[in-house]
Design a protein around this ligand. Structure first.
Ligand SMILES: Cc1cc2nc3c(=O)[nH]c(=O)nc-3n(C[C@H](O)[C@H](O)[C@H](O)COP(=O)(O)OP(=O)(O)OC[C@H]3O[C@@H](n4cnc5c(N)ncnc54)[C@H](O)[C@@H]3O)c2cc1C
Length: 295
C-alpha cells in the first residue's frame, strides 16, 4: 500500500499547520472507511493524513443558538452535529431522531454495524460520492455546513456544498466542523429510503429523502435524490406539485417530475434504466408512507 504519514494534532492550530504543509498532499482523516480502501486501491495517494476525530467539538450532537455564521436569524435553536459524529451515534441520537429524523434514518442505512461505528458524517460529506446516504438528507433538511480554515470559519448551505463526484466547496486546508439543521415545525415528517445490491456492504443504487413540513393550508414538501446525478439533488418541480395536494393523481405527477429530474448513468451497481425504475418505486413508497401519517 502507498505509504503515508499519520498525524494526530492536539488542537486546531496544530491541525491546520499539518494540513497546510507546502508541497505536500495532506488530507483530514476521520473514520478512515473511505480513505483506507481508496489508498489501498491507489485512487488517493496522500503524503500524510491528519486525524481530526479528537479535535474539540467535532463529536458533539447538541442544540445551539442562532449564530453569526450558520443558523443565522433563527428564532429557535438549531441542531448541531459535529463532523466526527459516527453514523451509529447519529442514527441513535434522540436529538437527531426528533429534529432531523430523515438524517437519522439515512445514517442507519450506511454500511453495516462496524462501518457505522467508525464512519462519520464529515467523512461522508468529504468523500462527496453522489451515492453518499446522508447527503440527500442534508439537502432536504436545508442544513448549513460550518467549515474552518487556518484563519477563518465560514458557513456554506448544504445545497451549495456538493459540486460534483468527490468535489466539494471546501478550500484546500479547510475542514468541516459540523452541520447545523434549522428548526422545523412540530408535525414534520421525514422518510429516507434506498436500494442497494447488498445490504451493509454496498453504496446505494438510488437514495431518496422526502420531508413534509406543516405549512399554512397544508404541507411544504422537500425531495432529495442520491446516486442519480453527479451530485445529490433536490427536485423542486415535484415539491411544487405536491404543495397543491396529495391525492393519487397529484402524487403520480410528482413521481413523474422526480423521474424527470434524475440523470442516472450505467455503472457497476446498476443500469440507468434500473435506476430510473427505482426512482419511481422509491418515490411512490416514500410519499405513500408519509401521506399515511398525515393526520
Ligand atoms: C464496507 C463499507 C460499506 C460502506 N457503505 C456505505 C453506505 O452504505 N453508504 C455510504 O454513504 N457510504 C458507505 N461507505 C463509505 C464510507 O463508510 C462513508 O462515506 C463514511 O461516511 C466515510 O466516513 P469516514 O469518517 O470513514 O471518512 P474518511 O475515510 O476518514 O474520510 C473520507 C473523506 O472525507 C474527508 N474528511 C473526513 N472528515 C473530514 C472533515 N471533518 N472535514 C473535511 N474533510 C473530511 C477525508 O479527507 C476523505 O477525503 C462504506 C464503506 C465501506 C468500507
Amino acid at each position: 500500500m502507498h505509504p503515508f504519514d499519520y498525524y494526530k494534532p492536539k488542537d486546531f492550530d496544530e491541525a491546520f499547520a499539518m494540513l497546510t504543509q507546502p508541497g505536500k498532499k495532506v488530507i483530514p482523516l476521520a473514520g478512515s472507511t473511505d480513505i483506507i480502501p481508496m489508498v489501498r486501491d491507489e485512487r488517493w495517494l496522500p503524503d500524510a493524513v491528519v486525524d481530526i476525530k479528537g479535535l474539540p467539538g467535532l463529536r458533539d450532537i447538541k442544540l445551539v443558538d442562532s449564530g453569526p455564521l450558520c443558523c443565522a436569524g433563527q428564532t429557535a435553536q438549531c441542531l448541531y452535529i459535529g463532523a466526527a459524529a459516527r453514523m451509529n451515534e447519529i442514527a441513535h441520537s434522540e436529538l437527531v431522531q426528533q429534529y432531523a429524523s430523515v438524517l437519522a434514518q439515512a445514517a442507519q442505512e450506511v454500511g453495516h454495524e462496524q462501518v457505522r461505528n467508525r464512519a462519520t458524517l464529515g467523512g461522508n460529506m468529504g468523500t462527496a460520492s453522489p451515492a453518499g446516504d446522508t447527503l440527500s438528507a442534508l439537502l432536504v433538511l436545508e442544513a448549513d455546513v460550518l467549515v474552518k480554515g487556518k484563519d477563518e470559519e465560514r458557513c456554506i448551505p448544504a445545497l451549495k456544498f456538493f459540486l460534483g463526484p468527490r468535489k466539494t466547496a471546501l478550500q484546500p486546508g479547510e475542514i468541516i466542523l459540523g452541520v447545523q439543521v434549522p428548526p422545523l415545525p412540530e408535525g414534520t415528517l421525514g422518510r429516507y429510503l434506498r436500494i442497494s445490491r447488498r445490504k451493509g456492504a454496498d453504496l446505494a443504487i438510488v437514495g431518496l429523502s422526502v420531508m413534509a413540513i406543516p405549512a399554512e393550508g397544508g404541507y411544504q414538501w422537500r425531495i432529495g435524490l442520491g446516486a442519480v446525478a453527479p451530485t445529490p439533488i433536490r427536485v423542486p418541480e415535484a415539491e411544487t406539485i405536491l404543495a397543491t395536494g396529495h391525492d393519487e393523481a397529484t402524487v403520480e405527477k410528482a413521481i413523474q417530475a422526480t423521474l424527470a429530474a434524475a440523470r442516472p448513468i450505467d455503472d457497476i451497481r446498476a443500469t440507468a434504466a434500473y435506476r430510473r425504475e427505482m426512482v419511481v418505486q422509491l418515490t411512490r413508497r416514500a410519499l405513500q408512507d408519509i401521506i399515511a401519517q398525515i393526520p
